[in-house]
Ligand binder design. Structure first.
Ligand code: AMP
Length: 217
């Protein structure tokens, strides 16, 4: 199965992508995680992306598309992308890439969630900067506050999860990413999921919807 996750920041895309990876062995491709890793390592790409990320803006399409091309070279089977595509040119580039490989996209899953819930989720989000794993202080807390259950390392609040940048990221989503909903609807690939529910329930909804899509194709 080849899937992209669509939806505003804080909708639960990263968490659900990790669950799909664990449950079905799909490769998880998170452009946000890859960019943060490049920033931490001080690579050329990291340096080019840093300012945009701090301001809550999108990194330019050409940089992100090149990055995805490289990632896809390492993936031979199914994948789930979370955080890509975020613009129409990115979606077109992905389609072109996958068509060249003869492995078209199966579905684009849209996470539906209201704005107050997003802001609440993002301000309660704690992230492991080494692995990208996230917790929510209210709905999915770690066993020990501030510590990752898995590797025992420290959790942090992402700088761009603070309130001013959150507003900016939501605005960017509405303006630049929302048009992808009609892009994938026209292509007959859009699957809509109500994303306000427990992590487990959302995972079940996604698995059921993807199962139906798979059977249809
Ligand atoms: P995320 O972790 O997905 O919220 O991404 C964090 C930040 O990385 C975003 O606010 C953007 O600055 C950048 N970013 C991640 N994915 C993309 C993308 N597909 N296109 C452009 N910028 C991106």
């Amino acid at each position: 199965m080849r899937v992209v996750f669509l939806g505003p920041p804080g909708a639960g895309k990263g968490t659900q992508a990790r669950l799909l990876h664990e449950r079905f062995g799909l490769a998880q491709i998170s452009t946000g995680d890859i960019l943060r890793e490049n920033l931490a390592r001080g690579t050329e790409l990291g340096k080019q992306a840093e300012g945009y990320m701090q301001r809550g803006q999108l990194v330019p399409d050409d940089l992100v598309i090149k990055m995805i091309e490289q990632e896809l070279r390492r993936v031979s089977g199914g994948f789930v992308m979370d955080g890509f595509p975020r613009t129409v040119p990115q979606a077109e580039a992905l389609d072109a890439l996958l068509t060249r490989r003869g492995t078209p996209l199966g579905a684009a899953v849209l996470f539906k969630i209201d704005r107050p819930s997003l802001v609440a989720r993002l301000s309660a989000r704690w992230t492991n900067p080494r692995t990208g794993r996230t917790y929510n202080a209210l709905t999915n807390p770690p066993k020990v506050a501030g510590i990752d259950d898995e590797d025992g390392g420290e959790l942090i609040q992402r700088e761009d999860d603070r309130s001013e940048t959150v507003e900016k990221r939501l605005e960017v989503y509405e303006r630049q990413t929302r048009p992808l909903v009609s892009y994938y609807r026209k292509a007959g690939k859009l699957v809509e999921i109500e994303a306000i529910a427990s992590m487990h329930d959302v995972a079940e909804r996604i698995a059921a919807a993807l199962g139906r899509e798979h059977a249809r194709q």
